[in-house]
Write a protein that binds this ligand. Sequence first.
Ligand SMILES: [Zn+2]
Ligand SMILES: [Zn+2]
Ligand SMILES: [Zn+2]
Length: 348
Amino acid sequence: MPLDGTPHRRFNPLTREWVLVSPHRARRPWLGKVEKSVAPAQLAFDPACYLCPGNPRVEGVRNPDYKSTFVFDNDFPALLPNVPAAAVDEEGLIVARSEAGTSRVVCFTPRHDLTIPRMSVEETRRVIDVWAEQYLELGARPAIHHVQIFENRGALMGASNPHPHCQIWTNAQLPNIPAREMESQREYRERHGSCLLCRYLQLELARDERIVCANDDFVALVPYWAVWPFETMILSRRHVQDLAQLDNRERNQLAELMRRLTIRYDNLFETAFPYSMGFHQRPTDGETHPEYHLHAHYLPPLLRSATVQKFMVGYELLGTPQRDLTPESAASRLRDMGETHYLSAGAK
Ligand SMILES: [Zn+2]
Ligand SMILES: [Zn+2]
Ligand SMILES: [Zn+2]
């Protein structure tokens, strides 16, 4: 690659933003040794956890004694369904609009001590079924035009509880990033008559430089324009718009690939690798959105050990994001990881 050794900018065709890559800085001496964090002993059931089966949540609501997944409306929702329509507009400079929506919590399993990399493929498959059901149910509401499924894993990402769970926030309006990504995919389709992400995936598969792992139906890769050190995307090989369109085999394959990718993440620094992840699916605004290609983003903050994270500060807050480790090196390091979880690798 002509730009391998020199500072350059890379373009994200989904968000139409740039990231500054400074590969020469990655040759700086490695400072300090990699700290391995000791995994905290966790209980299968925590009597103090508000997500564990049978435990009380706020205001006395008690969780059922659930056996697989459990969905409930967030007790402290960021969005509310019945918001009176109102708007502020002072000369286009002081502008606001009321926003209706919902927020739910999905517990992945009754087990307090498991996470996706340590759950079975069957257990994760059940979570995918719940995601697909929730997408259809919430998206069918006339006022809901976007369904955002996301997981914050780890205290570093602000997760308030280690119990494996995700959130689903829905909106009347498209949030910033999904709105930009939809516009980019729509314009690409208008210009080329084909799908932006289908074509991007073809280019990545042909080059085989940033692929981390793959199976028959999904590919996990470090995108060319990745901002976070070990950022990845999971792309479906088939051009589908949402999780509900995935067939039986594809859902199993997605569960399998999510497990393999997150085991690699955990093995990288032998820690419960923190990340925010989430799916981008077509808006639920009643249009068919043939331009839209289902995908997931994994955005992890760790840089070189379980305790050293990347910060978005200074130039990145005021100018543009920057990275030293190239996406190609990140992909190569993740590729080198085994797919047996370090905690189940036996006596070490
Ligand atoms: Zn729990
Ligand atoms: Zn596509
Ligand atoms: Zn996206």
